[in-house]
Design a protein around this ligand. Sequence first.
Ligand code: NAD
Length: 295
Amino acid sequence: MQSILLITLLSIAAAVVTVTASADDYVFDYSDDDYRSVANSRNFTDKVVLVTGSSSGIGEGIVKLFSVLGARVVVTGRKEADIHRVAQDCQRLSPNKLKPLEVVADLTKSADLSTLLNETIKTFGKLDVLVNNAGIYPATTIDQTNLLQLWDQIFNIDLRAVVELIHLAVPYLEKTNGTVIDISSISSLAPMIDKLAYNSVKSSLDMLARVLALELGPKGIRVNTLNPGAVNVKSYTSDLSNDYIKATPLRRIGLPLDIAKGVAFLASTDASFITGANLVVDGGLVYNIGGFNIK
Ligand code: NAD
């Protein structure tokens, strides 16, 4: 008797599930137009993109690529002449010859961070993409005499300034369904024997993106990191270059454009379902970098 009752109840429950969860209630695909729009996903016309540390190296590559893709860009750093040189290149590369905003700012100064953001909003009226790229990477070990001085310097530029700028930018990014991309490193993933502070700070940056993804996702803001491997920039030339090439499965060192392409992907509508991710762009170096710790 009890088993008949149980079977009857299960049948009713199954019927209810069938009624409440019919296939018609789900969306299984986007429209044809959504598929077609992917062909246009790298068009950043009318988008405003701010990239810190864009007066040289990887940041310079990022503002140049966004200019090619039609965006209005903010070029910023500490040296006016470098900023101006990069801004001129951006204008030349921009399809509509858009003039970038040039801002001299020291990211360790709160007043400069406010000026950077206020000038951006005053000039362009909004912010769509914030790329926290500026960073320093001096060697540090636990036994060095000036360790804590360097530790504070690295954390102030590579992490504190990032947090402060995101804090200031959120109200504007909320209005545009904007996105944040922080330039981390494969140093966040694999320890290097002389990178005590840098390994620690870049790991924190990766976790920052994951935590902010939780807080800012419901506001429509995506937060990710891009983690480069070895990239040739003028401020840092390493006598390990040949060793890096050998250790990189794709057998070359990266250039700023390799990183900029990854940033443009994360900022694009192609990445509209990606947040809290740490995208490695390194030619595969991370899998061999541990070998550099063996003397
Ligand atoms: P870079 O020296 O060319 O660029 C660093 C930029 O940060 C410069 O424009 C500099 O002016 C700016 N900056 C530094 N301190 C600043 C401050 N106090 N205020 C304002 N701006 C400041 O070096 P890069 O290699 O292009 O570095 C860019 C980012 O890429 C960094 O976050 C770095 O950690 C990361 N990265 C670089 C490599 C690489 O191999 N080059 C690898 C992994 C990650």
